[in-house]
Design a protein around this ligand. Sequence first.
Ligand SMILES: [Zn+2]
Length: 207
Amino acid sequence: MSSDFYLRYYVGHKGKFGHEFLEFEFRPDGKLRYANNSNYKNDVMIRKEKFGLQVKATLENISKLRPDGEDFRWYLKLKCANCREASDKWQYISLMESVPLKGGRSSASMVQKCKLCSRENSIDILRDTIKPYNTEDSERFKTVVHFECRGLEPVDFQPQGGFIAEGAESGTRFSEINLLEKDWTEYDEKIQKSVGVYEVTHQFVKI
Ligand SMILES: [Zn+2]
């Protein structure tokens, strides 16, 4: 019967971007079905977005609060921008970790496949955007780092150990500052005053 007739057109190959194909089907009901599967194109379609991490804290006799070294760990909770799946787990990224991106064009701090939609997403720390939090920033939000994301969004941040700072007047160096409890206090022998970082909060802004 003529109604059983249908035409299928397929062109594709299995290559380094997976199974890429283009397919048309003229169905007996007169409808046209079209399918296009290309991982390469999906990668291009994932937009790069930048997020700024803003921090606010009250500083007491302290300045130049900043992450210490290449191995500083930024603890984040991430969300897939494609399927909106958010992870409950804290994950960390650091300047020390670098993973090549598909196609070898660039690299990222972390590449991960979304558990729900299988999309390969990535996040990168933009090294040159890391800024110290200074005396004059006290009690105001300041952007301290930019993250470049492909298919991911940072939704939460948890400061932990690994911060350093200086005494605002004394220049005394304080290391191994842990902000997990949102408060940190010490005594500066040089000026015989207490120093501290209090009420640490944060927010993300789209750049
Ligand atoms: Zn997803």
